[in-house]
Design a binder for this molecule. Structure first.
Ligand code: ZN
Length: 166
């Protein structure tokens, strides 16, 4: 990379990041992240790593017998949080392309979309369980989920291929 001065690289990064921020206004993208936490209604069984199915005395739904009505005996509950993502979105339009044949040619299969975010949102992009793009649900495609590093764009942007849920 000796041909490009470091200063120019910095300018280029700022330009490309500004572009992604501008493009992100065209579509509303929300990253949905799920977290697991201990159930707030029952006592945790350390031995079996699940609910003891005994009311903890403070939870919202007291119960006398059977499984905990909040976690169904699992002992943990899953919560989802939504985070607005500044992402440029390119939707696939190749009507006859087979869905799983995404290649490096840059073609995005129908029903898929390519998300690009600035590097500072890389973690959110890759933590997300799924995305809502203009209200439509998309799930990450695992194979292509790695960040791409291409020349100058290294550390400037992060990309992820997602597929529409049907
Ligand atoms: Zn519980």
């Amino acid at each position: 990379m000796g041909l490009i001065p470091r200063k120019l690289d910095g300018i280029y990064k700022r330009k490309i990041q500004g572009l992604i921020t501008d493009l992100s206004l065209k579509n509303k993208t929300i990253a949905v992240i799920s977290h697991q936490q201990k159930c707030n209604n029952c006592l945790w069984d350390h031995v079996h790593k699940s609910s003891s199915n005994k009311y903890n005395g403070t939870g919202p739904r007291p119960f006398q017998q059977g499984v905990c009505p909040i976690c169904r005996g699992v002992g943990v509950t899953t919560q989802e949080t939504q985070r607005r993502l500044q992402a440029s979105v390119r939707f696939g339009q190749m009507a006859n392309q087979q869905p799983d044949r995404y290649t490096q040619s840059g073609l995005i299969p129908e029903g898929h979309a390519m998300l690009k975010v600035n590097a500072n949102q890389h973690a959110t992009l890759h933590q997300a369980k799924y995305f809502l793009i203009n209200g439509v649900r998309y799930t990450p495609v695992s194979e292509s989920g790695r960040p791409q590093e291409r020349g100058l764009l290294t550390h400037a942007i992060s990309t992820l291929l997602v597929r529409e849920d049907r």
